[in-house]
Ligand binder design. Structure first.
Ligand code: NAD
Length: 342
């Protein structure tokens, strides 16, 4: 196996798992734009839909090699990884509230699925395998900004499953020299995100004319990455051999509370709102991650990555783009406007 210092994306055969999802669809589009030959693992469904990739531009849709299936199936994952150069593994169960209800499913998909992906990467000698972690694995910050050596605290079954996945992935680098990079994005937002996530919850309710906004706890702080930054970070880290065998944060390095983010969104959407605390959205006290604020220094050192949408100014620009997308009636219609998701 040869590992270039700087890998070129153009012309590479790239597998994206979770390509039908929020971040995965944006990443897939960008990889196609950069000249990669993309194979998209989309979850199998009997309707034959391909999630958000159905909404990509026609030339992008037509350039993709679709492989509907399931990451829990090791034979399938191994088969579609043959002849692949670079793997971006994003497929996962991600909703924290559902992880309280069905923790076993989170273990099967997030830990078992990741084990299948890194095993396929090893046995097919890929050049890079990018595994997606999450800032949730840090739990409530003990020190800020959060660096990659911050303790891991599993405050939800989701977080525990992602910690397990990260450890399996890193063990493949240590044990077999598989070129695994673990990428740890902080909260990502932007067009196409599920209305279960906090910013789209606020935006879709306001866009649907609701002024009494239902939310969970508004006190926790988050470090929000705009999806274009998350995607450029994934690609930068894949290109750089310096990220192999390591965990690297992708953070905007700007901290804001959920309550302050709500006020900012309402201001940008030109409405006065009241916040209604919804018990159904509250996490158990010990499970709520109170504070996330990430350090992104290693992403710069290892891959030359900096967020374009960093700081308050960048967050405002990212929100404006996101709000404009959700306000488009064709997009809002996909969200069943007026329906409130827990
Ligand atoms: N959105 C965020 O704020 C955020 C932050 C940090 C990390 N992440 C991570 O980024 C990745 C993508 O998250 P997202 O926000 O785009 O979520 P998403 O739910 O939109 O995408 C996840 C995709 O995984 C697919 N999937 C689920 N189970 C599968 C299975 N068994 N087989 C095949 N595909 C399966 C789903 O169909 C979905 O398209 C996840 O690994 C998540 O943990 C997300």
């Amino acid at each position: 196996m040869r590992i270039d210092d700087i890998l070129t994306i153009s012309g590479k055969r790239v597998l994206v798992t979770g390509a039908d999802g929020f971040i995965g669809s944006h990443l897939t589009e960008e990889l196609v734009r950069q000249g990669a030959n993309v194979r998209a693992l989309t979850i199998y469904n009997s309707l034959g839909t391909k999630g958000w990739l159905d909404h990509a531009a026609r030339d992008i849709r037509e350039a993709i090699d679709y492989r509907p299936g399931d990451i829990r199936d090791p034979f399938f994952v191994n088969t579609i990884t043959k002849d692949i150069d670079v793997v971006f593994h994003l497929a996962a169960l991600i909703a924290i509230p559902y992880s309280y209800v069905a923790p076993q499913a989170y273990l099967e998909t997030n830990v078992g699925g990741t084990a299948n992906v890194v095993e396929a990467a090893r046995s097919n000698s890929v050049e890079r395998c990018i595994v997606t972690s999450t800032s949730e694995v840090y739990g409530t910050a003990r020190a800020v900004p959060i660096t990659e050596d911050h303790p891991l605290q599993a405050q939800s079954p989701y977080s525990a499953s992602k910690i397990g996945a990260d450890m399996i992935a890193l063990s493949y680098h240590k044990s077999f020299d598989t070129p695994v990079s673990v990428v740890r994005p902080f909260n990502t937002y932007g067009p196409r995100q599920s209305a279960r996530a906090v910013l789209p919850t606020i935006i879709t309710q306001i866009a649907a004319g609701i002024t009494s906004i239902k939310l969970g706890d508004t006190r926790p702080t988050r470090d929000f990455n705009y999806v274009k930054d998350t995607v450029s970070g994934f690609i930068a880290l894949a290109k750089s051999a310096k990220s192999i065998g390591h965990v690297t944060n992708l953070a905007s390095n700007y901290e804001i509370s959920v309550g302050e983010a709500v006020k900012l969104i309402a201001h940008k959407m030109g409405v006065e709102i009241t916040i209604e605390i919804d018990a159904a959205r509250l996490r158990p006290e010990a499970s709520e991650v109170e504070r996330l604020w990430g350090d992104n220094g290693l992403a710069l050192t290892r891959a030359g990555w900096r967020p374009i949408y960093g700081g308050l100014d960048g967050f405002e620009r990212g929100l404006e783009e996101t709000i404009a997308w959700f306000r488009d009636p064709a997009n809002l219609a996909l969200y069943n406007p007026g329906r409130y998701e827990v």
